[in-house]
Design a protein around this ligand. Structure first.
Ligand SMILES: Nc1ncnc2c1ncn2[C@@H]1O[C@H](COP(=O)(O)OP(=O)(O)OP(=O)(O)O)[C@@H](O)[C@H]1O
Length: 320
């Protein structure tokens, strides 16, 4: 059965450093990634995400455990990973001196395409990601977002059956983010491409991923579809309140919410049973506390709630 999986990972363990400074970056990770799946790895800084995907690409050797890719042993034959997967790392400046178009074309040639096919794919992906305006400029002299997008373009050429992307949309504006997601979805739908990607962004994770593995301190603390993970946490809803200034804690409803609110600057985030949330919102919006409110929202559980419920910490997760 594992032969048909894009990835089968078992007991994957990897330490960095030695002695007292050793960090257990991946701790007995088990994962299955299915063909044509968009599979996400979500977690805070230092959770072990990059360590995991670098092992999936054969760039880092595990201390223990196994990884097979379409049934091939990647740990003992890491070169097989490079033949089957394209990788977008966090810093991808290997071709920094080349103009964008040439960098993309060169990558396609390195992946075995003929000159004509490489140029055709280059033109298609430049158009697809709206990179026409910077096609002749060296990668190293672009803005951070433009460079990231150009590196995504280079990753997409050459029709690899698997794409492994370390934070592909970090630094991109909303329109560029949308074109990246559309480009990945197109490859999955038309070619059955498997996509494994790291993201910090819980909102993106909810909308683009088929399944997500949540990592915390080197361990997978949950792995399922965003919908099933959300359904598993509870029926509670999230009430977010943003105050204009100091919250009026002499108001009884505000005082009650203060007891459990997670405070981030002027924002309070509370999780409540649906009836309690409706009641609290009713009291707040019809009473004197309303004048102190800048904004409020009531939402069903998000992946962030799942993450917090599972014991994760919310630092470093993006929500915009
Ligand atoms: N070369 C290294 N030497 C020592 N420790 C390392 C090394 N690389 C990573 N680590 C440590 O291993 C842990 C996991 O790092 P990793 O880069 O995999 O996390 P991450 O989830 O990708 O983080 P981020 O979201 O910040 O990119 C961290 O504690 C990190 O400090």
């Amino acid at each position: 059965m594992t032969a048909v999986l894009s990835y089968a990972v078992r007991g994957l363990t990897r330490r960095h450093g030695a002695g007292e400074c050793a960090v257990l970056a991946n701790d007995r990770i088990d994962l299955d990634v299915r063909p044509a799946e968009v599979f996400g790895v979500l977690g805070p800084n230092g959770a072990g995400k990059t360590t995991l995907v670098r092992q999936l690409m054969g760039l880092l050797r595990p201390d223990a455990g196994s990884i097979t890719m379409f049934g091939h042993d990647i740990v003992n034959r890491p070169a097989a990973a490079a033949r089957m997967a394209a990788y977008l790392g966090q810093d991808d400046l290997a071709l920094a001196d080349l103009p964008v178009g040439l960098a993309v074309e060169t990558t396609a040639r390195l992946r075995g395409l003929s000159r004509a096919a490489a140029r055709r794919e280059r033109d298609e992906v430049i158009e697809e990601l709206s990179l026409g305006a910077v096609v002749s400029r060296p990668l190293g002299r672009l803005s951070g977002g433009q460079r990231r997008l150009a590196c995504v373009a280079a990753t997409l050429v050459g029709e690899r059956p698997v794409l492994v992307l370390d934070e592909p949309t970090t630094g991109l504006d909303p329109s560029a983010r949308r074109s990246v997601w559309a480009a990945l979805e197109r490859r999955r739908a038309e070619r059955g491409t498997t996509v494994v990607l790291i993201t910090h962004n819980v909102l993106e994770a909810e909308t683009v991923l088929d399944r997500v593995a949540v990592l915390e301190a080197g361990r997978v603390i949950a792995c399922d579809s965003p919908g099933r993970l959300k359904a598993s946490v509870s029926d509670d809803v999230r009430l977010d309140l943003v105050w204009r200034h100091d919250p009026p804690v002499d108001d009884p409803t505000v005082a009650r919410l203060a007891a459990t609110a997670r405070v981030t600057g002027r924002r309070w985030t509370t999780r409540l049973a649906q009836a309690d949330a409706r009641d609290a919102l009713g009291q707040l919006t019809s009473g004197p506390a309303f004048a102190a409110l800048d904004d409020f929202s009531l939402a069903t559980p998000s992946l962030e709630d799942v993450y917090l419920t599972l014991g994760g910490t919310c630092r470093d997760l993006e929500r915009t």
